[in-house]
Ligand binder design. Structure first.
Ligand code: ATR
Length: 289
């Protein structure tokens, strides 16, 4: 019987995970299908129960369920527990186990596509949600020397800092409200990464992105890499501003492909064709545009 994979989130209009995973499935000629499950928050619990009954082989989890899904799983891989978020669920003999491939996917993309090694660097992380947790944890694992977490809700940034501090007590960390980014000594920051959904197609009303527009990118050093994990559109408003300021940019498609490839391997045990997946992502994003 065909193995069913998929993605759970809400909304899913921006997602290109279906064409990305289907391109790998077609290329490998394996008996799998990857479907899109746009689930309302009140139906998440029921959806997971149905998935188990239907013996679904595995699924990705995206906005806004990366933390909420954890309560519905049978077990969670140690690294995903440390991160505090799950983006991949695998069916192991009828039991659902959670994993997190976001952070490793991000670091791989950062190294391969931007040639950036976080070791001993100072990083400004924007956001404090599920994606921020994975990216921050992986940056610290990769040896980042100082981490500044800026978020619209200061309390969430404080909580993330407290959580990370238990795993990386030796690293210097700071949490601040996003409106106060201009107070930082920007020349010392080697990487700025947006982990919020700001800039994502159809997601945020134009008026509400003002905090980002307030950040004067010209105050960063010319070597600073501005990175955005949002991949739709490929060139986000933040990346556009960074280019205009003459800074190096790093977009979100690489992270999407690498996290997807790692998830694919967890479900199927097969190393997927990353180049084919990457081409499918770019094609789907161009078509959606
Ligand atoms: P995900 O699991 O994808 O990370 P999330 O946990 O809902 O999703 O987190 C979304 C992040 O985007 C948060 O940091 C959120 O800021 P708040 O903690 O203040 O909610 C941020 N975010 C979303 N919309 C935003 C906006 N219009 N301006 C600034 N930050 C925003």
């Amino acid at each position: 019987m065909t193995n069913i994979l998929g993605i759970v989130g809400h909304p899913l209009d921006h997602s290109v995970s279906v064409p990305m995973h289907m391109s790998a499935i077609f290329h490998l000629g394996i008996d799998y299908v990857y479907l899109s499950f746009d689930i309302l928050p009140e139906n998440l619990s029921y959806a997971v129960t149905r998935f188990k009954k239907e013996n679904i082989k595995g699924f990705n989890v995206t906005i806004p369920y990366k933390e909420a899904i954890m309560a519905h799983l049978d077990s969670i891989d140690e690294r995903a527990v440390s991160i505090g978020a799950v983006n991949t669920v695998n069916n192991q003999n009828g039991q659902f186990k959670g994993y997190n491939t976001d952070g490793t996917g991000y670091i791989k993309s950062l190294k391969e596509q931007a040639g950036f090694d976080p070791s001993a660097k100072q990083v400004l992380l924007i956001g404090a949600g599920g994606a921020a947790k994975a990216v921050a944890f992986s940056l610290l694992e990769a040896g980042c020397r100082k981490l500044i977490i800026a978020n619209r809700t200061l309390k969430r940034a404080d909580e993330l800092l407290e959580h990370l501090d238990t795993y990386f007590p030796e690293v210097s960390m700071q949490a601040l409200h996003i409106e106060r980014v201009h107070e930082l000594h920007m020349k010392d920051i080697a990487l700025v990464v947006n982990t919020t959904s700001v800039g994502m197609k159809n997601d945020v009303p134009a008026g509400s992105i003002s905090h980002f527009n307030d950040i004067d990118l010209t105050r960063f050093s010319k070597d600073t890499v501005i990175s955005d994990i949002v991949y739709n559109p490929i060139e986000t408003p933040l990346l556009k501003m960074a280019k205009q300021a003459g800074l190096k940019t790093h977009g979100g498609t690489g992270m999407l492909v690498y996290q997807g490839a790692e998830s694919f391997k967890i479900w199927t045990g097969i190393e997927p064709p990353v180049d084919i997946m990457s081409q499918a992502v770019l094609k789907a994003l161009q078509e959606k545009h």
